[in-house]
Write a protein that binds this ligand. Structure first.
Ligand code: AP5
Length: 216
């Protein structure tokens, strides 16, 4: 089973992708995480994309298409994947269709995490991750069981993303509105779009996604 999660920054794509990964043995393919890893590794790609990401703009389509095309060739993608953050433009969506067809693969579900913009800044500003294993938390909505200790790996170091500053979040939301939101009618037209209420609590959103993907 291959799934696309669509939604603005902070809608909960990463949070829900991790749930799907745990429950269904699918692989989360987060283009944002891949780009952040490239920056940390100091690679040429990382250098190329750092300033773009810090401005809140989108990385050029050709880079992203190459990245995903290479990634889904890997053996661990064969059991199914969740695209978290890709496609983000109509050009990426069209190219994804072509590359999947060429590889004899397809997307089974495109799920929109529908959310009102006024909650996004609060979600993003409270977000932090375990530095060791990457597990995601929130100051208010998703605290670790024991304060200051990661539930997954017992690590005690956490970090916040450099593009989660309010001014960058504004630019990321504009990029979503202008370049990514047009994908909703694109997938609706293809009859492959389902929408879930991402204003609900995290566990309720998970249940709603389950009801979409479990219906034959
Ligand atoms: P990326 O890393 O993909 O960021 P994003 O799309 O902006 O999404 P986020 O990771 O901010 O949010 P999310 O929806 O995953 O929310 P989360 O689950 O963390 O991209 C970063 C940058 O990389 C882009 O700006 C661009 O430059 C570049 N890039 C990446 N892909 C690209 C592409 N394909 N093309 C071009 N450029 C690309 O949740 C947020 C917080 O809210 C968490 O703390 C969570 O605990 C909490 N939360 C989640 N759900 C709920 C809920 N239901 N109720 C309450 N709290 C909740």
């Amino acid at each position: 089973m291959n799934i696309i999660l669509l939604g603005p920054p902070g809608a909960g794509k990463g949070t829900q992708a991790k749930e799907l990964e745990k429950k269904h043995g699918l692989l989360q393919l987060s283009t944002g995480d891949m780009l952040r890893e490239a920056i940390i590794s100091g690679s040429k790609l990382g250098e190329e994309v750092k300033t773009i990401m810090e401005s809140g703009a989108l990385v050029p389509d050709d880079i992203m298409i190459r990245m995903i095309s290479n990634r889904i060739e890997q053996p661990d993608s064969k059991n199914g994947f969740i695209l978290d953050g890709f496609p983000r433009t109509t050009a990426q969506a069209r190219e994804l269709d072509v590359m999947l067809e060429r590889k004899g693969m397809k997307i089974d579900f495109v799920i929109e995490l529908a959310v009102q913009y006024d909650v996004l800044t609060q979600r993003i500003s409270g977000r932090y991750n375990c530095t060791n294993c990457g597990a995601g938390y929130h100051d208010e909505f998703q605290k670790p069981f024991k304060e200051g200790i990661c539930d997954q790996c017992a690590g005690d170091q956490f970090s916040r993303r450099s593009d989660d500053k309010p001014e960058t979040v504004k630019a990321r939301l504009s990029a979503y509105e202008e370049q990514t939101a047009p994908l909703l009618p694109y997938y609706r037209k293809m009859n492959s779009l389902s929408s879930v209420n991402a204003m609900a609590e995290i566990s309720e959103v998970t249940l709603e996604i389950e009801s979409v993907i479990c219906v034959p």
